[in-house]
Design a protein around this ligand. Structure first.
Ligand code: SF4
Length: 103
């Protein structure tokens, strides 16, 4: 067996993919603010969403967070200042744009 010259796992690439999470404005906050039950409705849901979005609005890694949520198809919670419904809308819009760009 030959001597291995490349690492089996690229630690730097893996670290770069999650290190932004350490810088989120939500770090240390109650995660319940960012998630609501499927059957939660009305003021409670709206208040949670508004509070979470306000925190996201101050977050310096908001773009990375949103990109990650879109990439992994995150179906729950507020990520990158968006609700699951808003992320679905973004994905549909991106899909339509890609479809239009096809010859
Ligand atoms: S954008 Fe919002 S959910 Fe994402 S890391 Fe920042 S504060 Fe947390």
């Amino acid at each position: 067996m030959g001597k291995r010259t490349e690492p089996v796992v690229n630690i730097k690439a893996i670290e770069a993919s999650w290190v932004w999470q350490m810088q989120g404005a939500c770090r240390g906050k109650d995660s319940a603010l960012f998630y609501y039950d499927d059957n939660e409705r009305g003021d409670n849901k709206e208040n949670k969403t508004a509070t979470a979005k306000a925190i996201c609005g101050t977050c310096k890694v908001k773009q990375e967070c949103l990109a990650f949520a879109l990439q992994i198809n995150e179906r729950y919670g507020i990520w990158g200042g968006t609700t699951p419904e808003e992320r679905e809308s973004i994905k549909r819009r991106e899909y339509r744009q890609r479809a239009k760009a096809q010859p």
